[in-house]
Design a protein around this ligand. Sequence first.
Ligand code: PGA
Length: 250
Amino acid sequence: MRKKIIAGNWKMNNDLNESQSLVSGIISGLGSDDKCEVIVCPPFTSLNEVHSLVKDSPVKLGAQNMFFEESGAYTGEISASMLKSVGCEYVILGHSERRTIFGESDEWINKKIKKAIESGLKVIFCVGETLAQREEGETDAVVKNQIINGLQNVTSENLKTITIAYEPIWAIGTGKTASPAQAQEVHAFIRNLIEEIYSKESAENLIIQYGGSVKPDNAASLLSQPDIDGALVGGACLKPASFLSIIASA
Ligand code: PGA
């Protein structure tokens, strides 16, 4: 059985003090059972201090982005080894906000994925369609393209350290969630695609998280779908109570 993963993407929220208090609230409210993996992804400026708070807890640390070069003249960027050095185990790559606001291409995302894996980071690889693409019936084609391009030259061994997060762009931060059936349909499509590209075993082991306005009141119905193995949570991860409630649903 696949272990569920609940990850909180804090985005550009929380200064250092706010980060410490949020993560402390999450840790103190967590039960001891390990049926589900919990990850927090604070902004870069809080990673080190959040790591010192989570390191003796079940909570894992992730970053929201990284660059694919090792080091050098890349003003404003952060490398995989820098993330490792402050205790990150995961990194989110290919988030739709990186794709649309910061112009990241599939090619860049693929380079980042390969660099992250080579550096020993686990990847949460985000894919998803816009509302216009969904209305045009292009969801499967868009998601397929993003996955094929993003996973170029990623071996089945490496795929074991990747989870895919299906995040329909029209559901992110909008309060509109894909219905459990809509999400399940795309998750099943992704799993079949992974079986075609890799193998049945790779497909069965792949964790596919759903993201897009996951809240305490819709988490259970989404997470009960057979191919939904977790959630990538934005807005609802910024308060311990709502994040903990989503974790409890998992
Ligand atoms: P949301 O964000 O939960 O606020 O919709 C999810 C995400 O962007 O990962």
